[in-house]
Design a protein around this ligand. Structure first.
Ligand code: BTN
Length: 321
């Protein structure tokens, strides 16, 4: 409910300033009493929204960069869970999925035990980056789940491009790269019966406003800020990613895998390259030639095609398509 009042308070005038709205106007527009308006203003103030009140009415002067209330406004109709800090948004989304049959967007400002792929950890300092997990319930067999990782990667890449202008490439299966450096990643987790996904969680981590000093030293990572020189509003980018992902889920629900692959492949930094795929205990070298309708990577080695549904890709040589 506070998102309704926030919608008015976020309106801007001709100079870009937040508009002032009188108590009677808000009360009439929202169909609630002035006392209820006051209660919601107090609630928003407690959440970090700075709202001035004067003779003319209420005026927003600043708002927290991310809040459950603003996310609810930007992603209407979705259950939102926002935490200043949690161990891992994926773990919280999984617990939520186990408890009730909802779909949800789980966001944390910082994570104390962020998880990466293949048992790695994900550096998640507070106040800088995006840590979001989308809990959803696709009607698909588990073997098709790699497609959801591809869909999440495409969603993040397109939303970053649309929102910041930064071009992002995808290293199979779902590393996000900007100018050859890792800017984000996806961790897909499932709860499934042998033939049915019960629910899935697409965890998306993106380095947004991190400076060089905020990034892990040991690997070559970058951020939107480092690549563009500009700070990005995280709430708006989270909403853009969620909207893209909902679109790609509807595409997959219609079994239109071709449309997803047609969008994924031009973003791929892997297809056409000589690479090595590291799977549990084995390394395969060959040429990445395609991605199939189950999201698997096709590797050509000694005239034989090998299909991988998971693994870590390293480039052997930087030869081009
Ligand atoms: C990778 O290893 O590239 C995947 C990183 C995924 C990180 C995100 S941050 C939000 C979500 N919560 C987690 O604990 N991990 C994912």
């Amino acid at each position: 409910m506070p998102e309704k009042i926030l919608k008015f308070l976020k309106e801007r005038g001709p100079e870009g300033e937040f508009k002032t709205h009188s108590g009677p106007f808000l009360s009439k527009s929202l169909g609630i009493t002035r006392a209820a308006i006051w209660k919601q203003i107090t609630f928003l103030r407690e959440k970090g929204f700075v709202i001035e009140s004067g003779k003319q009415g209420y005026r927003l002067s600043s708002l927290p960069e991310i809040s459950a209330e603003e996310l609810a406004l930007l992603v209407p109709g979705k259950k939102i869970i926002f935490k200043k800090e949690t161990a891992s948004t994926n773990d919280l989304a999984i617990r939520t999925g186990e408890k009730s049959a909802v779909n949800a967007l789980v966001v944390a400002d910082g994570q104390s035990a962020g998880k990466g792929r293949l048992g790695r950890s994900w550096h998640s300092p507070a106040g800088l980056n995006i840590h979001m997990s989308i809990l959803f319930r696709p009607a698909m067999p588990p073997r098709k789940s790699p497609l959801f990782s591809l869909a999440a990667a495409v969603s993040a890449a397109l939303a970053i491009k649309g929102h910041t202008g930064l071009g992002v490439k995808l290293k199979w299966p779902n590393d996000l790269l900007a100018n050859g450096k890792k800017i984000g990643g996806i961790l897909l987790e499932l709860r499934a019966d042998p033939d049915r996904i019960l629910f899935a969680v697409a965890g998306i981590g993106i380095n947004v406003n991190a400076g060089i000093k905020d990034l892990p030293k040991e690997n070559s990572a970058t951020s939107v800020l480092i690549e563009t020189g500009r700070k990005t509003n995280r709430a708006a980018l989270i909403a853009a990613i969620q909207k893209e992902f909902d679109y790609w889920l509807s595409v997959l629900a219609g079994d239109d895998i071709d449309t997803l692959l047609k969008t994924y492949k031009p973003l791929s930094d892997t297809i056409g390259k000589d690479i090595s795929v590291h799977t549990e205990g084995e390394i395969f070298e060959g040429r990445a030639i395609d991605i199939d309708e189950e999201g698997r990577l096709l590797l050509l080695r000694n005239n034989k095609i090998h299909r991988f549904s998971t693994g870590d890709v390293l480039k052997v040589r930087g030869n081009e398509k």
